[in-house]
Design a protein around this ligand. Sequence first.
Ligand SMILES: [Zn+2]
Length: 479
Amino acid sequence: MPSLLLRHADVIYTCDDSRRVIRQGYVHVENGRIAAVGAEPAPPLAADEEVSATGCLVTPGLVNVHHHLFQTLTRAVPLATRSTILDWLFAMYPIWAEIDADAYYRASLATNCELLTSGCTTNADFAYLMPEADGEMAAEEIRGAHETGIRFVLVRGGMPAIEADLEQRLRPLMGTHLDRLLDRGEVLFPKLEATLRRFHDTSHGAMLQVAIGPTSVTYRQPEYMRRFADVAAAYGCGMHVHFDPRPDERATMREHGSRPLDFLRETGWLTPRTWFAHSTLLESEEMRAISAAGASIAHCPRCIVRLGKKVARVGHWRAAGINVGLGVDGAASSDMSNLLNELRLALVLHRVGGYQDSEDPAQWLTPEDALWMATRGGAQALGRDDIGELSAGKCADIAVFPLRRLSLAGAVADPLGALLLAGSDPYAACTIVGGRIRVRDGHMVDVDEAAAFDGANAAATRLLTAARHRTGIDFTRQA
Ligand SMILES: [Zn+2]
């Protein structure tokens, strides 16, 4: 593999244990790993390629810990643009039920490119919707990711039940096709294990890993949750689930003399291998328990805004000692897959209404906190110690962001603050994964972006058309 020397960076945020920040620095890369990081002048170093980072800020490659790649094919659907979560799902499920292996490939290819151009180098995709009859969906999704060169974690999921009253609302429109969304345990678990055996790589620097988990906590089916935990323990892989107990779910648990937290504990889900998605409605005791277990949270700010959720009190999470990573969430509930923009929103969103919810401004995130969440926080959530920092021996996953932009003019006191608070340019100048340059000047170097775009649009049109024919729903009607 060619060696690289990244030189004359205005500033490097290493995100190493001492949070070293280097002004006028270099990064030397050999065999896909960081060989050295330091201040210029760099010692005489042999490198196949020298990359100028003049006028740029360098960080570890960003880590996305929550996505649903297939949702890229249902972005900005008018019927769902003004909907809260259940009505949004009502509009989405008929389209998602048409998913096939080709659609997975197209969504994966286009979306992983989008992530890479925003400086993201590792993407964890929660693929909870993989209908049973189509075993090759995981392989096609992975093929799309592989072609972009991103480091990939496939969270092979399952959908045991449809939320709240949605089954009654959708059944008359979708008939038996609705069952295509659901996974029955007796079929699902052998498939999960087959996916783990086929793709899960536990080696240092792995480009592909597998984690598992159901889309939501199945309070009525403890055996289902326990089985996920048993499989994860057997394979040493991560576990992921949307954990955001609704008031009605809490009430149901109370009726049975239990609580969501007890349920997680009893089914083996409070572990360091677990990362929960969203968790915007946590109670204080739940925060303490998640922290004590060493579990993590995937924070997805844009989804909160888009679906009108309660603003997550990130300051409270961090005060409780919870490790937090950042996610863009599925593009149907966030519309975009730009992780740099997600950092920008994370930095300010949790301050909204903060006084009412007694979050002290001293708990508000700093730009370095947001970067830490998107690098080390994400790496820890995924159970990895080989990514998320720029120090010798770690994977050479690097993001280079341009500072000489009009939107940053005058922001000279703090380059990271300038990028995250003032910056509006969504692209990285250069993104490197495992020592290979994947993005230059905001564009993929070895993927045909136009073909990826056209392929995703064709797949999205196909799904939308099929869903309309099947259900009679006009998805282009504004809600
Ligand atoms: Zn999600």
